[in-house]
Design a binder for this molecule. Structure first.
Ligand code: MLT
Length: 265
């Protein structure tokens, strides 16, 4: 159940539960905080879990135009202030949430205890991909999130989910289709201009868990393996048979890997 917190000049919807070390979950594009349901249920027994809808997604306020990864990162820092969280946090980001995690590390390093990078990448869009993304943003602003959902849905999950969990696929589709068009368009423009973190990876001296779905068609496991190898203090976990949405496709394995990592850092 989310509540509304005023932070960073907008009303931000946030699901916050439990007590203990703060664990901040940052969703992917074009999703919302409910994608972390199984993680929130599991870790609320041991941690203070915090899962916001990012600016322009879910029930949070929308700012049309272009929202950079840096803006989302600053929103998260402001949200932690609004919640009175001074303790260092473990930030767990999926895909776009991972791009935001890099920006958060760069701008708010002192607030981090550890990172979890799930199904993401450190590299930016190619010029071709950035152009396509901007064109898609304009289309979404006119037509709603439908076109981006049609583009992403077939690539989102792995074969085990396609065969065994059609309800999850429906839920993810509904989540994406419910996203505010202006919020999705603004994020897509920000994604198209995100920076390349590759040369900075060796400076990220935080314990980091890197989680990949073995069948991820959006951020392939091979790239995630390279990402983990370039980080000074990373642990790599590959979850077999799942795709880009590893925390929702195989929550038991994802949660076990995260619990194990949290014990070690
Ligand atoms: C995501 O899941 O956040 C997106 O796939 C990110 C992207 O499109 O690069």
């Amino acid at each position: 159940m989310s509540r509304t917190v005023h932070a960073s000049g907008i009303d931000m919807a946030v699901d916050e539960r439990g007590m203990g070390e703060p664990l901040l979950f940052v969703h992917g594009f074009p999703l919302d905080a409910t994608m972390w349901e199984r993680q929130l249920d599991y870790f609320a027994g041991t941690h203070r879990v915090i899962a916001p809808d990012l600016r322009g997604f879910g029930k949070s306020g929308v700012t049309p135009g272009e929202i950079t990864m840096e803006r989302y990162a600053d929103d998260l820092a402001d949200l932690l202030d609004a919640l009175g969280i001074r303790q260092k946090v473990v930030l767990c980001g999926l895909s776009m949430g991972g791009y935001i995690a890099f920006a958060f590390w760069h701008r708010h390093r002192a607030r981090l205890k550890a990172l979890v990078l799930a199904d993401t990448r450190a590299t930016p869009d190619t010029p071709q991909a950035a152009g396509d993304r901007r064109a898609m943003a304009d289309r979404v602003a006119r037509e709603g999130p439908g076109p981006v959902v049609e583009q992403m849905a077939p690539k989102l999950v792995g074969s085990a989910t396609v065969q065994g969990n059609p309800k999850l696929i429906e839920r993810l589709r509904a989540m994406m289709l419910a996203a505010p068009a202006e919020g999705v368009a603004a994020a897509a423009r920000g994604l198209a201009r995100r920076q390349d973190w590759t040369s900075k990876l060796s400076e990220i001296d935080l314990p980091t868990l890197v989680v990949a779905g073995s069948e991820d068609a959006i951020t392939p496991a091979e790239g995630m393996r390279e990402l983990a190898a370039a980080l000074p203090d990373a642990r790599y976990v590959e979850i077999p048979g799942v795709g880009h949405m590893s925390p929702t496709e195989d929550p038991a394995t994802f949660n076990a890997a995260l619990a194990d990592f949290l014990k070690s850092c």
